[in-house]
Design a protein around this ligand. Structure first.
Ligand code: NDP
Ligand code: GDR
Length: 359
C-alpha cells in the first residue's frame, strides 16, 4: 500500500506510550496518517518509546499530536473524539501486567475491562463513523484444552487481567452486532521487542543477562520456568492490527506465530547468546541455572509465581493469514537475538555511566 492512499486519514491511538503504541505510531506515520496519541498525565516525562517521533510536533504541520486523556474518564474520551474525529481508533491502552492484576483486580477491571466500553459508548454517542480496534489477548483462553487456540476457542481466563480482557472482547463484538460499528478484536498472543516493558519475562531475562554480562547484576530470579507461550515480534502484530481495520468487513482475528516455547528455553537461548550457556541443576524451587564457571546465574523464587497460571498457549492464525494476508516476519530466534543485542547496548551504557560516577 503506498503512502498517498492514506494521506489525510486520522488515527487515534490509546496507549501510544506503550510498546505496541510506539510501533503502531511509526507504522501509521509512515503510511501518511495524521496520528493523535492519548497520554496520561505523569509527574515525570513518560514518552521514552516515542521520543524519536515527537520532534514532528515542532514542525509546521505536525502529523503526531499528543492529547491528555484516561480510559477511566469518559468525559476525556468524549472530548478527544469530538475534537479529533478519527477515521480509525486503536485501543491499546490497558493495565497490561497479568501478575499486577492479582494485586489490583478492581483497578484492572476498570481500565482494561470498562475502558474499552467507555470508548465504544463515546463512539456511539457521537455517531462517529470510526473503525475501532480492540487489543484483545490470548490470556483470555487461560486454561486451554485444545493444542491450538483460534477465534472459536472457549474462553477460560485465569487472572483478573484475562477476565477484564474477556469482558472487553465480548463488548467489542456486541457493539459490532448491536449497533453495526466496525469494531474488531485482534486476539494477540504474546509479542515482544527491545521496547518491551522490563517486568515481562522475555525482557526481564534479556536485560538481566546483559547486566550480568557487564557485571551490573549477580543473578536473575524467575518464577514458573515451564510456562509456554507463543512469542512473536510486536512490529509484526501492529501490522496485523492495521490490516484488520483495512478489511472489507469487521471480524475478530487471532495473531500468533503458531510456535510455542517455554520460559526455560528463552533463558537457555538468551544466556547462550551472551556467551554464558547455562545448565540446570536441582528441582522446583531449588532449581538453578549454572554458568560455565559454576556461578548461579538463574534462581527460582516463589514471588514470581501466580495464584493461577496459564500453562501453555499456541495460536492458530489461519484466518488472519488467509483473509488479511498477514504473517509474522520475525522468528523466535531472531526476536531473542534482537532483544539481547539491544539490551547488551543498554547495559554497556549503564556500565559506562557507573564507571564515570565511581571516579
Ligand atoms: P504496555 O503496558 O507497554 O502499554 C500500555 C499502555 O496503556 C501505556 O501507554 C499506558 O500508559 C497506557 N495506559 C495504562 N492505563 C491507562 C489508562 N487508564 N488510560 C490511558 N492509558 C493507559 O502494553 P503493550 O504495548 O505491550 O500492549 C498493548 C495492548 O495490547 C494492551 O492493551 C495489552 O493488554 C494488549 N496485549 C498485549 C500483548 C503483548 O504481548 N504485548 C498481547 C495481547 C494483548 P502509561 O505509559 O501512561 O503507563
Ligand atoms: P503474560 O507475560 O503473563 O503472558 O502476559 P509475562 O511475560 O509476564 O509472563 C509469561 C510467562 O512467564 C512466566 N514467568 C514469569 N513472568 C514474569 N513476568 N516474571 C517472571 O519472573 C516470570 N517467571 C516465569 C509467567 O508466569 C507466565 O506464564 C503478557 C502481557 O503482555 C499481557 O498484556 C498480554 O495480554 C499477554 O502477554 C498475551
Amino acid at each position: 500500500m503506498d503512502q498517498s492512499s492514506h494521506e489525510g486519514k486520522r488515527a487515534l491511538i490509546t496507549g501510544i506510550t506503550g510498546q505496541d503504541g510506539s510501533y503502531l505510531a511509526e507504522l501509521l506515520l509512515d503510511k501518511g496518517y495524521s496520528v493523535w496519541g492519548m497520554v496520561r498525565r505523569h509527574s515525570s516525562r513518560a514518552l521514552t518509546r516515542i521520543d524519536h517521533l515527537v520532534p514532528s510536533i515542532m514542525s509546521e504541520s505536525p502529523r503526531l499530536e499528543l492529547v491528555h486523556g484516561d480510559l477511566r474518564d469518559s468525559g476525556s474520551l468524549l472530548k478527544i473524539l469530538r475534537r479529533v474525529r478519527p477515521d480509525e481508533i486503536y485501543n491499546l491502552a490497558a493495565q497490561s501486567d497479568v501478575k499486577v492484576s492479582f494485586d489490583l483486580p478492581e483497578y484492572t477491571a476498570d481500565v482494561t475491562g470498562l475502558g474499552p466500553l467507555r470508548l465504544l459508548e463515546a463512539i456511539r454517542e457521537l455517531d462517529l463513523p470510526a473503525r475501532f480496534f480492540q487489543a484483545s489477548s490470548s490470556e483470555m483462553f487461560g486454561k486451554v484444552q485444545d493444542q491450538l487456540q483460534n477465534e472459536l476457542t472457549r474462553l477460560h481466563p485465569r487472572s483478573p487481567y484475562g477476565s477484564a480482557k474477556a469482558f472487553a472482547f465480548h463488548t467489542t463484538r456486541n457493539y459490532r452486532e448491536a449497533y453495526g460499528l466496525f469494531a474488531v478484536n485482534g486476539i494477540m498472543f504474546n509479542h515482544e521487542s527491545p521496547r518491551r516493558g522490563e517486568s515481562f519475562v522475555t525482557r526481564k531475562i534479556s536485560l538481566a543477562a546483559a547486566r550480568i554480562h557487564h557485571g551490573l547484576q549477580e543473578n536473575l530470579s524467575l518464577g514458573n520456568l515451564e510456562a509456554q507461550r507463543d512469542w512473536g515480534f510486536a512490529g509484526d502484530y501492529m501490522e496485523g492490527a492495521w490490516r484488520m481495520l483495512q478489511a472489507d468487513k469487521p471480524n475478530d482475528y487471532v495473531l500468533a506465530t503458531g510456535e510455542s516455547h517455554s520460559v526455560r528455553e528463552v533463558c537457555e537461548l538468551v544466556f547462550q547468546e551472551i556467551g554464558q550457556p547455562i545448565t540446570w541443576q536441582g528441582h522446583g524451587l531449588d532449581e538453578v541455572g549454572v554458568g560455565p564457571d559454576g556461578r548461579k546465574l538463574v534462581v527460582v523464587h516463589p514471588e514470581f509465581y501466580r495464584p493461577s497460571e496459564v500453562d501453555t498457549l499456541r495460536g492458530d492464525s489461519t484466518r488472519a493469514r488467509s483473509e488479511l494476508g498477514w504473517a509474522p516476519a520475525v522468528s523466535f530466534t531472531e526476536l531473542v537475538q534482537m532483544m539481547v543485542r539491544s539490551d547488551l547496548e543498554q547495559a554497556e551504557q549503564e556500565a559506562n555511566r557507573a564507571d564515570i560516577a565511581s571516579r
